[in-house]
Design a protein around this ligand. Structure first.
Ligand SMILES: [Zn+2]
Length: 252
């Protein structure tokens, strides 16, 4: 199968990537199944660090653990809510923990064969939040409101993961809260909540007028917000980040 030796974005130290299973519809025996990413092997000789797995791009580690199917695995959240996953790592090799900010190319662990795996390999995949319809082919939408894309063009440098605004269906501007919404310290539900005491004076004033209660620690329906930045399904207002899925744009 294809070799991606001169990959611009190394996933393995030395940039050595031999793909053993591509993305998309695969036949395994008589069964069709959807492979959400690519499987890569490195050199058999691992003495030179050939089995080191590198972070695809800057981001925040949101999973570093073990599951029976993924084996030892890491998930990294990048700009725009894009998530990369690295599976079947060698036991005891994970070098990062949840909450770590990693840099592109940083070693996060070693290739292994843990979990649902029969030979040493790295399963790598890239997903965008939501049911994103991308301009190029090679995508499918999973049942969990996540879109996986073929990682190959991203690994070879042909495409780069888009910036947050390009992957968000939302734009900046004025929004009205339609259903009570939590406020977060970052663009995602994995970030801690911002509580009422830390809301801006303007937000507290609006909550009072709308009959909201401080102990609810959320933004009630009817609040008008200035969204200055979007990242995936989240928007930033002066008090913090909120899910724009629970809001309606009012200035277009
Ligand atoms: Zn795989």
């Amino acid at each position: 199968m294809a070799e991606i030796i001169n990959a611009k974005i190394p996933l393995l130290k030395k940039g050595y990537h031999r793909m053993t299973l591509p993305f998309g519809n695969q036949k395994l025996g008589d069964e069709d199944y959807l492979h959400k990413g690519i499987d890569l092997t490195g050199k058999t000789d691992v003495s030179g660090g050939y089995d080191n797995i590198l972070a695809f791009a800057d981001g925040e580690v949101i999973t570093a653990g073990y599951l029976s199917d993924t084996g030892y695995w890491v998930r990294i959240r990048h700009t725009g809510g894009i998530i990369t996953r690295y599976m079947h790592m060698k036991k005891g090799s994970i070098k990062v923990k949840v909450g770590d900010n990693v840099k592109k190319g940083q070693v996060i662990g070693s290739m292994g064969s843990t979990g649902n795996s029969t030979a040493r390999h790295l399963h790598f995949d890239i997903s965008y939040p939501g049911n994103v319809v991308l301009k190029h082919g090679g995508f499918y939408v999973s049942s969990q409101n996540v879109t996986y894309v073929d990682p190959v063009p991203y690994v070879t440098g042909e495409k780069s993961i888009a910036t947050s605004t390009a992957t968000s269906k939302y734009t900046t501007g004025k929004y009205k809260v339609v259903r009570a919404v939590n406020v977060r310290k970052g663009a995602g539900t994995e970030h801690p909540r911002v509580m009422y005491k830390d809301f801006t004076a303007n937000a507290k004033e609006q909550i009072k007028k709308l009959g909201g209660k401080p102990e609810d620690n959320d933004f009630p329906a009817g609040m008008i917000l200035d969204i200055s930045k979007v990242d995936g399904n989240f928007g930033r207002c002066p008090s913090g980040w909120i899910s724009l899925n629970l809001c309606k744009k009012t200035d277009n």
